[in-house]
Ligand binder design. Structure first.
Ligand SMILES: CC(C)(COP(=O)(O)OP(=O)(O)OC[C@H]1O[C@@H](n2cnc3c(N)ncnc32)[C@H](O)[C@@H]1OP(=O)(O)O)[C@@H](O)C(=O)NCCC(=O)NCCS
Length: 419
């Protein structure tokens, strides 16, 4: 937790895209102060599995942060925000378009208030262009960034991926931008505005599909198992095709349940060994599959032969057959498989935590391993758990000042007026 020690982040992010970024930065050692409205980040109450407890949606994305409640719609709350801003290295938000301006804090104003602060901002579509005014959630970004049109099978509907490439993917992009801006600030002393649009992030993650988009102007995509032709325009959905230079596919195994599949990449270098093992010399010498060009043309027959062999083995047994042959392959792991996997546990990627409201629960661990700065994963904060602590330790407020700000409504929603 030493890498970002001394970096303070004023985190106004909510839902998933922003919090996933600030959780990562907290695991890298930053002091993340999550500034929440009086009702808290909406995800605290969404998809609840334990009554009156912060949901897993919230707890899994907000570890190692401190929570302070500030009502940014009150004059006193705005003053607290400004004072925290002046003590921060990074300020972050992923509000809907125009929200921060309506609260009175444009980037220009924030920059004036603290010229050293780096500002991180996530929007569905960025701050410019015809889509700039639209809100976005994960699947809207997947739809508009090219992921959905290229995921699934040609005759079926477009599909979203389970991996949250629109939200968490954008959070990762933002983390990279923020670290670069901090590095530049080391040289110049000046902060800057770092923006990631979810649509842009998804396009970046679909880069190889735009490679294929341009290849289609010159010829068919011979590695695709589905029909393609020059001038086709749109890159088609191609099921479980590998998407790379080597052929790959998911092979159904015994006992043929929903996750009894092994993903197999038929690398050029391993074909002979693989063919000998599953079909003997006859297959190894079969001219239909002799070289990758022939295998591309006849790949559906090749997958049928491999599937026929695999039907007698479980995914793990089939993997054990392929590993000694150096065939790149991996079982389709269910969430249950992963939660119980020795490798996953050994790498601290499924971490048990305790929580005052919900008791024991598990979080996915920190995927970035720094040798001198390992993450120490701690539970997410309760709403406003650190309000007084932050006001005292960061801003030096005393009890009397905190009490008078509380009285003035800096940390709470105004009482509802009688109708
Ligand atoms: C995610 C999203 C669709 C949610 O929309 P939403 O629930 O309507 O929330 P918004 O961000 O638009 O608005 C938040 C409101 O809370 C208010 N608010 C936020 N923090 C506050 C605080 N500390 N004190 C008082 N009010 C606060 C804002 O002022 C705003 O109120 P307004 O609408 O009166 O201006 C929207 O925030 C968005 O498009 N964000 C950018 C893209 C994104 O990150 N999406 C991925 C989410 S995982």
């Amino acid at each position: 937790m030493e890498a970002l020690k001394g970096i303070r982040i004023l985190d106004m992010t909510h839902v998933q895209a922003g919090p996933t970024c600030t959780q990562l930065l907290a695991w890298l050692g930053a002091d993340v102060i999550k500034l929440e409205p009086p009702q808290g980040d909406a995800t605290r109450g969404q998809l609840r599995d334990v009554p009156n407890a912060d949901s897993l949606y919230f707890t899994m994305l907000n570890c190692n942060k401190r929570s302070i409640v500030v009502n940014m719609k009150s004059a006193e709350g705005k003053t607290v925000f400004v004072e925290l801003l002046k003590k921060s290295d990074i300020v972050m938000e992923n509000f809907g378009p125009g929200v921060l301006d309506r609260l009175g804090f444009s980037w220009e104003k924030i920059h004036r208030l603290n010229p050293r602060v780096v500002m991180g901002s996530i929007k569905g579509f960025g701050s410019s262009g015809p889509y700039a005014d639209f809100k976005a959630y994960e699947n809207v970004a997947q739809a508009m960034g090219g992921a959905m049109s290229t995921t699934g099978v040609p005759e079926g509907p477009p599909f979203v991926t389970g991996a949250q490439i629109g939200d968490t993917g954008t959070g990762l992009h933002l983390a990279i931008g923020l670290l670069a801006a901090l590095q530049q600030r080391e040289r110049t002393g000046a902060g800057q505005y770092v923006e990631v649009a979810m649509m842009d992030g998804v396009m970046n993650l679909c880069r190889v599909k735009f490679r294929d988009h341009q290849r289609l102007t010159r010829g068919a995509l011979t590695e695709y198992s589905v029909p393609t032709y020059p001038g086709m325009g749109e890159v088609p959905r191609a099921g479980n095709d590998s998407g790379g230079g080597q052929l790959g596919n998911a092979i159904h195994c015994k006992p043929h349940g929903p996750n009894d599949w092994l993903y197999v990449v038929v690398q050029e270098a391993v074909w002979e060994g693989l063919a000998n093992r599953i079909g003997g010399e006859a297959l190894a010498k079969d001219p239909r599959f002799a070289k990758i060009a022939e295998r591309r043309k006849n790949q559906n027959e090749m997958w049928n032969i491999i599937t026929d062999f695999a039907k007698n083995y479980t995914k793990r047994e089939f993997m054990a057959i392929l590993n000694p042959l150096d065939v790149p392959c991996g079982p389709i792991m269910s969430t249950e498989d992963l939660a119980n996997d020795e490798h996953v546990r050994g790498r601290n990627m499924w971490v048990e935590l305790d929580h005052p409201q919900r008791g024991k629960w598990w979080n996915v661990g920190m995927p970035i391993k720094l040798s001198d700065s390992p993450a120490d994963i701690q539970r997410s904060p309760l709403l406003g758990e650190h309000t007084d602590e932050v006001l005292k330790s960061v801003l030096g407020y005393d009890d009397a000042k905190i009490a008078s700000l509380k009285q003035a409504g800096a940390f709470s929603a105004p009482p509802k007026k009688a109708a």
